[in-house]
Design a protein around this ligand. Structure first.
Ligand SMILES: *[C@@H]1O[C@H](CO)[C@@H](O)[C@H](O)[C@H]1NC(C)=O
Ligand SMILES: *[C@@H]1O[C@H](CO)[C@@H](O)[C@H](O)[C@H]1NC(C)=O
Ligand SMILES: *[C@@H]1O[C@H](CO)[C@@H](O)[C@H](O)[C@H]1NC(C)=O
Ligand SMILES: *[C@@H]1O[C@H](CO)[C@@H](O)[C@H](O)[C@H]1NC(C)=O
Ligand SMILES: *[C@@H]1O[C@H](CO)[C@@H](O)[C@H](O)[C@H]1NC(C)=O
Ligand SMILES: *[C@@H]1O[C@H](CO)[C@@H](O)[C@H](O)[C@H]1NC(C)=O
Ligand SMILES: *[C@@H]1O[C@H](CO)[C@@H](O)[C@H](O)[C@H]1NC(C)=O
Ligand SMILES: *[C@@H]1O[C@H](CO)[C@@H](O)[C@H](O)[C@H]1NC(C)=O
Ligand SMILES: *[C@@H]1O[C@H](CO)[C@@H](O)[C@H](O)[C@H]1NC(C)=O
Ligand SMILES: *[C@@H]1O[C@H](CO)[C@@H](O)[C@H](O)[C@H]1NC(C)=O
Ligand SMILES: *[C@@H]1O[C@H](CO)[C@@H](O)[C@H](O)[C@H]1NC(C)=O
Ligand SMILES: *[C@@H]1O[C@H](CO)[C@@H](O)[C@H](O)[C@H]1NC(C)=O
Length: 388
């Protein structure tokens, strides 16, 4: 059943189908939305929040078209979200970029009007990743992607790009970890009581090893004290700096501080690949509520900060643990929620293919198109949304 707010929104949507042949650059937001039949649902959705939007200037609105909105409303998550005005407002704010981007030509992490608060803990506003291409693609939380289907419509305060899917508000690290099937890391955080700290500390970069990485050294992990395991996890977290791929690309050879005091990480670019110590980034730029996650293929060792990629054979990433021994099963996963439908972190994406021509960045830096998660996973699913 649709909620009161959204039902009302859609009922009030059908006004002002103006002739749109005039130059829209001096028209108000509502006038431009009203002139475009594909945006009538969004116009309705915005009505209760009009005051908030009227005061914004120098902005870019990523405007979900009617299909995008009805697809969302048709999901159980969409219906549930509609009962919460603050969440609807947050979702709308996330679709507003700070700045007038009429033409997106570079991969960038653009600050939005989803400011620090209950739904974001990133200084300057939560980011959305913009990927240029034949059709610009925006990546939001849980690696979800939205494509521009009608670009660069001017209005009095900036520019509108029509998109085919709602953006997903980035979730906290543990909910994102479950959705991405990073269950060993999620379990290790629980075992060391670090979950709350990594979920609620603002402005983090977290290099999260995948399950296979933990399993490869499962024999070593089995003998660790809780304090040692905590030290290893803290070594994967860069506090106070949200480092997206665009930042790291310019930091080849840099040493960066971690939560494991006194133990730094080294970033390296080798061809198209990015390494942190000896580990290779396999899924970059997963936006989370308080920063960004990059998935890596090895566990980092704070006692071996000189570990480096094998430059003779970068595909043979090294272990940083002495005489590493594997485990039969994935460590720390017992008791961790399993994803209902996992984000395909290894899928080759059409966005990637279309971006190849325009992006100067290496292969490891392009996000993966998913679509695999389904609508129930949007906004992290009801569980993640309602537990905050
Ligand atoms: C639309 O009007 C603005 C001034 O209001 C002008 O700068 C712009 O060139 C016009 N665009 C077109 C396509 O006529
Ligand atoms: C005008 O209408 C056409 C066709 O309906 C649409 O493609 C275009 O985006 C609209 N332009 C504006 C400024 O609303
Ligand atoms: C809504 O979802 C149901 C089941 O998921 C599907 O059968 C139906 O076609 C959808 N309706 C619309 C309008 O998308
Ligand atoms: C528009 O916003 C962008 C991004 O916040 C800022 O860099 C730029 O200076 C602003 N321009 C104007 C005219 O305010
Ligand atoms: C967008 O930018 C590119 C590169 O700067 C330029 O070639 C193109 O003409 C621009 N498109 C528009 C619509 O301004
Ligand atoms: C790309 O954009 C064009 C209009 O610029 C639109 O007609 C087309 O449907 C878009 N393609 C995709 C895959 O969204
Ligand atoms: C947004 O940028 C476009 C392209 O540079 C420009 O024509 C337009 O006037 C700008 N709009 C505002 C409100 O600054
Ligand atoms: C944001 O960070 C503050 C610490 O500065 C923390 O107290 C708060 O719980 C965090 N909020 C969220 C939504 O994570
Ligand atoms: C990342 O790059 C952006 C854009 O260049 C910059 O504004 C930001 O300060 C950088 N972040 C860090 C932590 O260096
Ligand atoms: C560790 O990283 C910080 C920056 O994050 C840097 O200032 C410091 O010099 C580094 N320490 C070493 C030993 O490289
Ligand atoms: C440190 O890591 C490197 C991999 O870069 C590995 O070859 C070396 O054996 C490790 N050292 C120890 C003491 O485990
Ligand atoms: C999660 O990953 C493990 C291997 O690490 C795999 O066995 C399992 O099928 C994955 N689950 C999903 C839902 O993809």
């Amino acid at each position: 059943m649709k909620t009161a707010i959204l039902a009302l929104a859609l009922a009030t949507a059908a006004f002002g189908q103006e002739d749109n042949s005039t130059n829209s650059s001096s028209m108000s937001l509502t006038a431009v939305l009203g002139a475009n039949p594909q945006l009538s649902s969004l116009l309705g959705l915005l009505q209760p929040y009009q005051q908030n939007f009227a005061s914004l200037n120098n902005i870019t609105l990523l405007a979900p078209n009617n299909d995008a909105i009805s697809q969302f409303l048709n999901s159980s998550t969409g219906a549930a979200v509609g009962t919460q005005p603050a969440l609807v407002q947050a979702i709308l704010n996330y679709h507003v970029l700070q700045g007038n981007y009429s033409n997106i030509t570079n991969t960038s992490f653009v600050p939005t009007e989803l400011r620090m608060g209950a739904y974001a803990n990133v200084t300057g506003g939560q980011r959305v990743m913009a990927l240029p291409g034949m059709n610009v693609t925006f990546f939001s939380g849980l690696l979800q992607n939205s494509s521009v289907v009608n670009a660069s419509i001017p209005f009095e305060s900036g520019t509108i790009h029509v998109i085919d899917r709602l953006l997903t508000i980035p979730q906290n690290i543990s909910a994102t970890g479950v959705a991405l099937n990073l269950t060993s890391a999620v379990g290790a955080l629980q075992n060391t009581s670090l979950t709350q700290a990594v979920d609620t500390t603002p402005d983090l970069t977290f290099f999260i090893p995948n399950n296979a990485a933990f399993q490869r050294i499962g024999g070593n992990l089995a003998n660790l004290s809780t304090a040692d395991l905590a030290g290893i996890l803290q070594y994967h977290v860069v506090p106070g700096q949200v480092l997206y791929s665009t930042n790291i690309t310019m930091m080849n050879g840099s040493s960066i501080g971690t939560l494991s005091q006194g133990n730094n990480l080294t970033l390296r670019i080798e061809g198209n690949d990015v390494y942190v110590n000896q580990a290779r980034v396999i899924t970059p730029n997963v936006l989370v509520r308080n920063g960004v996650v990059h998935v890596i293929d090895r566990v980092l060792n704070p006692m071996n900060s000189t570990a480096a990629p094998n430059t003779a054979d970068t595909s043979a990433t090294e272990q940083a643990f002495p005489s590493a021994s594997s485990a039969e099963t994935e460590p720390f996963t017992s008791g961790v929620a399993t994803p209902t439908s996992s984000v395909a972190t290894d899928a080759v994406s059409s966005a990637e293919a279309s971006a190849t021509a325009t992006s100067s960045e290496g292969g490891a830096w392009r996000p993966m198109e998913t679509g695999a998660m389904g609508m129930a996973a949007l906004f992290g699913g009801a569980a993640a949304v309602f537990n905050m």
